[in-house]
Design a protein around this ligand. Structure first.
Ligand code: SF4
Length: 256
C-alpha cells in the first residue's frame, strides 16, 4: 500500500512541478529567482511549483499557504530554508513527527513520519497572497493528496489553508456547514472521516509578535497525533528517532 501511495505521490509531484496554469505566479517565482536575496546570491533558485512531501502513509496532512519566495521557492521543498520552516520543523521534531529540527535543503536528510506537508498554492505568490482564482486552479492537487493519503487529520496553518481545505472537502461531496466554519487557532471540525484542526501559520509576522509561540503549535500537533493515532496508534505514528531532541511529548490536551 505504501509503495502504491508513494508512486501516486511521485506522479503527482511531477505534475505539480510541470504546472503552468498561473501566469502571474510563473512570472513572479521566476523573477524572484533571478533577482535573488543577497544572502543567497550564489544559489540557484528552484523557481518552479513546489510539490508536497512527507510520509506516503501519513494520517496527518499539514497544509500551509504557499512556498516562501526565498524559502521553498529557492530550495524546492515546502517550508525549507526560511524562518517559517525553522519554527514548523522544530515543532514537528519536538512532537516526534520529524527526524530533525531543521529543514535547510532537499537533501538535508529530513524524514517525516505520519505527516505529509503541502500547501494551498504551490507557487510563491507576490506578498504571500495567491488570488482566489489561483487557489482554485491549485485545488485539484490538494484533492489528489486527500484522495491518495485519505488522512485522518488535516492541520490548516492559517485561514487561507483552512478555507482551501473546506473548499476541497466540499468538492469531494463532504457536507460542509454554511456559513463556513471560521478559522481559529485550536479550532477543530469533524467532517466525515476527517478532523480539521486550525493553527496559526508560523509566519514571521505571527512568531515575531508572539501571536504564535512554540507551545501553541506543539499543542495542536499533539492533538493531531492523538486523533490520527486513535484508529491504530502503532500503524503510522511511530515517532522519529529524536535522540537529539531534549523534549518528550506531553500528555495531549485539547486546544482551546
Ligand atoms: S499555483 Fe498551483 S495551479 Fe497555479 S501554477 Fe502553481 S502549481 Fe499550478
Amino acid at each position: 500500500m505504501s509503495d502504491a501511495h508513494a508512486g501516486e505521490l511521485r506522479v503527482l509531484a511531477r505534475e505539480v512541478v510541470a504546472c503552468d496554469r498561473c501566469p502571474r505566479l510563473r512570472r513572479w517565482r521566476e523573477r524572484v529567482g533571478e533577482e535573488k536575496r543577497r544572502a543567497f546570491a550564489t544559489e540557484s533558485y528552484w523557481s518552479r511549483p513546489v510539490p508536497g512531501f512527507g510520509d506516503p502513509q501519513a494520517r496527518i496532512l499539514l497544509v500551509g499557504l504557499a512556498p516562501g519566495a526565498h524559502g521553498a521557492n529557492r530550495t524546492g521543498r515546502l517550508f525549507t530554508g526560511d524562518r517559517s520552516g525553522d519554527f514548523l520543523f522544530a515543532s514537528l521534531h519536538r512532537v516526534g513527527l520529524a527526524s530533525q529540527a531543521t529543514s535547510t535543503s532537499r537533501d538535508d536528510g529530513l524524514v517525516l513520519r505520519g505527516v505529509y506537508v503541502t500547501a494551498a498554492a504551490r507557487c510563491a505568490p507576490p506578498a504571500n497572497r495567491p488570488t482566489p482564482a489561483e487557489l482554485a486552479r491549485c485545488r485539484p492537487f490538494l484533492l489528489r493528496e486527500l484522495e491518495v493519503l485519505s488522512p485522518r487529520v488535516a492541520v490548516a496553518l492559517g485561514g487561507i489553508a483552512w478555507s482551501a481545505l473546506l473548499a476541497a472537502l466540499a468538492e469531494t461531496g463532504e457536507v460542509v456547514p454554511r456559513p463556513r466554519p471560521r478559522f481559529a487557532h485550536g479550532a477543530e471540525l469533524a467532517l466525515g472521516g476527517l478532523v480539521l484542526l486550525g493553527a496559526y501559520h508560523p509566519s514571521q509576522q505571527n512568531t515575531f509578535t508572539r501571536r504564535l509561540v512554540p507551545a501553541m503549535l506543539d499543542e495542536v500537533l499533539r492533538r493531531a497525533i492523538a486523533i490520527a493515532g486513535s484508529r491504530d496508534p502503532a500503524a503510522t505514528l511511530a515517532p522519529c528517532d529524536r535522540s537529539t531532541s531534549e523534549a518528550t511529548p506531553s500528555p495531549v490536551r485539547r486546544p482551546r
